[in-house]
Design a protein around this ligand. Structure first.
Ligand SMILES: O=C(O)COP(=O)(O)O
Ligand SMILES: [Mg+2]
Length: 237
């Protein structure tokens, strides 16, 4: 089993950054309900969770654009910004009140976060989800209190795969990039971590646009956070 310290020349990281959707929480059921509300309100066919799972990871506006493109049998870039904006409002109207109805932690998250916390490692979160939706999800899944800071997709001028939000949190934590670990489920997380210059671990169970995350060449792939944290007690002993 690869130990967490193997990624940091025998040390533990001084900061761990987590992605949210597809890494900590399975948010697709609630996202799909909001997408389907938007689509059916517009007179389109509902898409369902298996389609929506492939569209998550680049923020709500891109999710809406991809859903509309699917419904209209067009390519996403051919849709007008005005149409996307109008539908984004419908999506948000629903998701605002239903972002944490069915959203649950993935198996091993609670135990894994507790192990990192017990080892004294600061934890932060960086999602492309618009920030207004984040507090209800953290509350609904019992993740409140784990993260010293977090950023949403609209918190800064750039979002993942740009390294800006990762570097912003590293600076806030007062640690070095090389001592920071990113854990995510998709291409955006891996590209952002690479651009920032930090190691990146991918979870195998997330979304990644319907492609195996191994195609993005992360430093390590885990099936559960506990695979990475199970040995921490022994490592720091
Ligand atoms: O696309 C989203 O809104 C969710 O993105 P995340 O995987 O960065 O949390
Ligand atoms: Mg994700």
């Amino acid at each position: 089993m690869t130990q967490l310290t193997d990624l940091f020349e025998g040390q533990l990281p001084k900061l761990v950054l987590f992605d949210l959707d597809g890494t900590l929480v399975d948010s697709v059921p609630d996202l799909a309900a909001a997408v389907d509300y938007m689509l059916t309100e517009g007179g389109y066919e509902a898409a369902g969770p298996d389609h929506v799972r492939r569209w998550v990871g680049n923020g709500a506006s891109m999710l809406v654009r991809r859903a509309l493109a699917w419904a209209k049998r067009q390519s996403p870039e051919d849709l007008s910004d005005a149409l996307v904006e109008l539908n984004l409002e419908k999506f948000q109207l629903f998701y605002r009140d239903h972002s944490a109805d069915q959203t649950e932690l993935f198996v091993g998250i609670r135990e894994g976060l507790d192990a990192l916390k017990a080892a004294g490692i600061p934890l932060m979160m960086v999602t492309n989800k618009p920030e207004q939706f984040v507090p209800a999800i953290l509350k609904g899944t019992g993740l409140e209190g784990y993260f010293g800071a977090w950023l949403g997709g609209n918190s800064l001028p750039e979002k993942k795969p740009h390294p800006m939000p990762l570097l912003h949190l590293v600076e806030k934590a007062g640690v070095e990039v090389a001592d920071t670990l990113m854990i995510g489920d998709s291409r955006s997380d891996i590209e952002a971590a690479r651009a920032a210059g930090m190691p990146v671990v991918a979870v195998s169970y997330g979304y990644n646009h319907g492609r195996p995350v191994s195609e993005e060449s992360p430093d390590l792939i885990i099936d559960s956070l506990t695979e990475l944290t199970g040995t921490i007690a022994a490592e720091v002993a």
